[in-house]
Design a protein around this ligand. Structure first.
Ligand code: PMP
Ligand code: GLN
Length: 378
């Protein structure tokens, strides 16, 4: 049978979560919280369902939600979005990323991707006829080498994809990075696809550098967000995409034929919930505590933490523990020690293996405590 993605198997997130389940392991692999979401938003969903909001939402999203998002964007980034023409509600960031790529990438267009990269980027580019050009982040601090970016730009380059805060590395881009990016994008007339799903999961007083804070860059950018991360509800698959009117028009052409529209009562509830800034403003503090709890719990073990400034992922180097490759090590820890993680070599096109595993700390303290107890034996 013909395959458009012949070498692609099952996503590492599905593989490791299944392995965790099969082996009764603590699942710190796939990124999702194991604690309850706020009852207030559940009550809202229920109320909107009871009130009859159970049919198709408008294709581009419930207007009240787009208006609430416009308010948040103004307040957070000083970005004036027109709810009607700049914001599209998508089935999670994953669909938003795909629709965004389809909007700007044509056959043979090159797209710069930084590795390690979230696993949907490369297939989404190729399914849209594009050619991914992978550049490794500098190991071990996972920064972007902007000179290398300049060298990799060709007449076919169309798009640069960035992700800050970064999954899986937990690094964040600096103001200076965005200034460099803006310069390159304007000089070569490129687009930027900015994956900002962890915008509020940022620590140690760092400030999230959204492309929407930079007017020149914003004009050339598509920014992608996810309510799954911000409101601990990854299973709701609700997110949104912010772009210029021209790009938004193209994004919606694809969006309408992938899902048409997104879950109506959830959108209505989110519209209300977003009106209270306390519902999202302290998220950074909340997760910073979890990061520190996890780090404290593994202190004294032979696992070595790398810096985590954002996202809900902590990288641990196990160089002092084992000589295994990271895929084998993740499997070994899951099956023999009952803690599941994600090997990060799978996020590299060249499969670079630095013997590092990713652990999700979006978990109850008792879950983290149990995992730390096991990891501390090493
Ligand atoms: N981008 C990144 C970097 C992510 O980590 C995730 C979720 N794990 C997504 C996109 C997809 O988000 P969603 O679940 O809203 O589709
Ligand atoms: N974003 C989540 C992670 O990085 C997983 C999302 C998914 O399973 N597709 O773990």
């Amino acid at each position: 049978m013909h395959s458009r993605l012949p070498e692609v198997g099952t996503s590492i997130f599905a593989v490791m979560s299944k392995m965790a389940l099969d082996h009764h392991a603590i699942n710190l692999s796939q990124g999702f919280p194991d604690f309850a979401i706020d009852d207030a938003i559940i009550d809202q969903v229920y109320r909107f369902m009871k009130d009859g909001n159970n049919q198709y939402a408008p294709m581009s999203g419930v207007p009240a939600l787009r208006n609430s998002i416009a308010e948040v964007l103004k307040k957070t980034f000083g970005f004036a979005a027109d709810a009607e023409t700049n914001i599209t509600i998508t089935a999670g960031a994953t669909e938003g990323l795909f629709a965004a790529i389809s909007a700007v990438v044509g056959a043979g267009d090159e797209v710069i991707v930084f590795d390690p990269a979230y696993d949907s980027y490369n297939p989404a580019i190729r399914l849209n006829g594009g050619v991914p050009v992978h550049i490794n982040l500098r190991y071990p601090d996972y920064t972007i080498d902007w000179d290398e970016v300049k060298r990799k730009i060709s007449p076919r380059t169309k798009l640069i994809m960035i992700n800050t805060p970064h999954n899986p590395c937990g690094v964040v881009l600096s103001h200076n990075d965005l200034v460099m990016l803006e310069r390159i994008v304007l000089e070569h007339n490129l687009y930027v696809l900015s994956d900002e799903v962890y915008e509020r999961l940022i620590y140690d007083g760092e400030r999230h550098q959204s492309v929407l804070r930079f007017p020149g860059l914003a004009n050339h950018s598509i920014a992608v967000f996810s309510f799954g991360k911000t409101f601990h509800a990854t299973g709701w698959k609700a997110g949104y995409v912010v772009a210029s009117e021209k790009i938004t028009r193209e994004i919606r052409k694809t969006h309408q034929f992938i899902v048409f529209s997104v879950n109506t009562p959830v959108q209505c509830a989110l519209a209300e919930y977003l009106k209270t800034p306390q519902h999202y403003e302290s998220l950074g503090q909340f997760y910073q505590q979890k990061r520190d709890y996890f780090l404290n719990g593994i202190k004294g073990s032979s696992f070595e933490p790398l810096a985590c400034r954002g996202s809900y992922f902590q990288l641990l180097s196990y160089k002092n523990v084992s000589a295994k490759g990271d895929v084998a090590m993740a499997e070994y820890l899951t099956k023999e020690f009952k803690v599941a993680s994600i090997p990060i070599s799978v996020f590299y096109q060249d499969k670079s293996d630095h013997q590092i595993l990713r652990f999700c700390f979006a978990k109850k303290e008792e879950t983290l405590a149990r995992a730390c107890e096991i990891l501390s034996k090493f």
